[in-house]
Design a protein around this ligand. Structure first.
Ligand SMILES: Nc1nc2c(ncn2[C@@H]2O[C@H](COP(=O)(O)OP(=O)(O)OP(=O)(O)O)[C@@H](O)[C@H]2O)c(=O)[nH]1
Ligand SMILES: [Mg+2]
Length: 303
C-alpha cells in the first residue's frame, strides 16, 4: 500500500536535533514516529500560525531540537513562510513557519496572502495555532484573526488544528492556581475559535497543549523539560499532533486554486448578482425606457 502523508522534499537533512533531547524524550518521540509509520505515514507536514511574537518560530525550534528558524524579541523575524524539513529513520517531518498574522495592530493582509500562496499544492496534515498563555484577554483582534483564517482557509483548517500556548512556565497573577489559570485561558481561546470556526455545539473542542520554549525551562529527574504541573511537554505536544493526524477526523488539508483566488466561503455575493441582474432587467430598465419615451412624446407635443 502507498504511504500516506505529504511528500518529503528531496535532499532533506537528517533530524540531528532529536539526539540532543534526553533519552526519555527521544524514546517517547521514537514511539510516536512508530505510531505514524504503523498508520502507513512516512511524512508529516505541520503548519504553524499565530499573531506576531507569540512564539511560533521558537516552537518550531523546540520540536526539531535545533535552531531552524530565526527568533527575536524585538522585531518580526519571520517575514515570509518557510518550510523546514528533517528526516529520521525513513520518516520526514516538515514544519511550515509563517509570518505573524497581525501587523501594526491590524490583521495583516500581506501575511495571509503570502501564506495562502505558499500553501498552494502543499498538503498540510496538522495546524498549530499559537498564542501566549500569559495573556489575559481574548480581544477583538484575536476574533478578527480567527475569523479571517476561517474566511480565507475555510473551517476545515480548524478541524486539524491544535491550540498551542507558549510561555507555559508562568506564575499566575494574584495567587491563582496554575491549572485553573491554564483552564481559563484555554476556555476563552477555545470559545473564540469555536465561534470563528462556526463549529456546532456538538463538535469537539480544539485540543490544547501548553509549551515552554525558554532555555530555562524546568526539567524532571530524567532531564526532560517540564511545565509547573510536571507535564513533559515536548512528547505531549507531538502526541497531540499524532492524535490529530491519526484520529477519525484526520484529513490532509490542501489550499486549492479557489482559496488562492480568495473566493473561499464567499459564494453568496456572487449568487446575489443574479437577482440583482433580473431586478435591473425587469424593473429598472423598463422604468428608464418608459421615462425616455415619455420625454420624447412630451418634446414632440411641445413642437
Ligand atoms: N519565556 C518564553 N519566551 C518565549 C517562548 N516562546 C517564545 N518566546 C520568546 O518570545 C519572543 C518571540 O518569539 P518568536 O519565536 O520569534 O515569535 P514568532 O511568533 O515567531 O514571532 P514573529 O515571527 O515575529 O511573528 C522571543 O524573544 C522568544 O525567545 C516561551 O515559551 N517562553
Ligand atoms: Mg517567527
Amino acid at each position: 500500500m502507498e504511504a500516506r502523508g505529504s511528500s518529503a522534499p528531496n535532499g532533506v537533512r537528517e533530524w540531528m536535533g532529536i539526539m540532543q533531547f534526553p533519552v526519555a524524550t527521544q524514546a517517547s518521540l521514537h514511539d510516536l514516529l512508530a505510531r505514524l509509520r504503523k498508520d502507513n505515514r512516512d511524512s508529516l507536514t505541520i503548519l504553524v500560525l499565530g499573531k506576531c511574537g507569540v512564539g511560533k518560530s521558537s516552537t518550531v525550534n523546540s520540536i526539531f531540537g535545533e535552531r531552524v528558524c530565526v527568533v527575536s524579541a524585538f522585531q518580526s523575524e519571520t517575514i515570509r513562510p518557510t518550510i523546514a524539513s528533517r528526516t529520521r529513520a525513513g520518516f520526514t517531518l516538515n514544519i511550515i513557519d509563517t509570518p505573524g498574522l497581525v501587523e501594526a495592530g491590524c490583521v495583516s493582509d500581506e501575511a495571509f496572502d503570502a501564506i495562502r500562496k505558499f500553501l498552494l499544492d502543499r498538503p498540510v496534515d496538522a495546524v498549530l495555532y499559537v498564542d501566549r498563555l500569559d495573556s489575559y484577554r481574548v480581544d477583538s483582534l484575536d476574533h478578527q484573526v480567527m475569523t479571517t483564517l476561517t474566511r480565507i482557509f475555510g473551517p476545515l483548517l480548524w478541524k486539524i488544528a491544535l491550540l498551542v500556548l507558549t510561555r507555559g512556565q508562568i506564575v499566575p497573577p494574584d495567587g491563582t492556581n496554575y491549572s485553573e489559570f491554564v483552564s481559563r485561558r484555554t476556555e476563552a481561546l477555545r470559545e473564540a475559535i469555536h465561534q470563528a470556526a462556526k463549529f456546532k455545539k456538538s463538535d469537539p473542542q480544539i485540543p490544547t497543549v501548553v509549551v515552554e520554549n525558554s532555555g530555562r525551562c524546568a526539567t524532571n529527574d530524567d532531564g526532560e523539560k517540564v511545565l509547573p504541573d510536571k507535564t513533559v511537554w515536548i512528547p505531549n505536544l507531538v502526541r497531540n499532533i499524532v492524535e490529530v493526524v491519526t484520529g477519525e477526523k484526520a484529513s490532509t488539508y490542501t489550499v486549492d486554486e479557489r482559496t488562492i483566488k480568495g473566493s473561499h466561503g464567499s459564494w453568496w455575493p456572487k449568487l446575489m448578482t443574479i437577482p440583482l441582474f433580473l431586478f435591473q432587467l425587469k424593473v429598472v430598465y423598463p422604468l428608464i425606457r418608459a421615462q425616455v419615451f415619455a420625454d420624447i412624446d412630451e418634446g414632440e407635443e411641445e413642437e
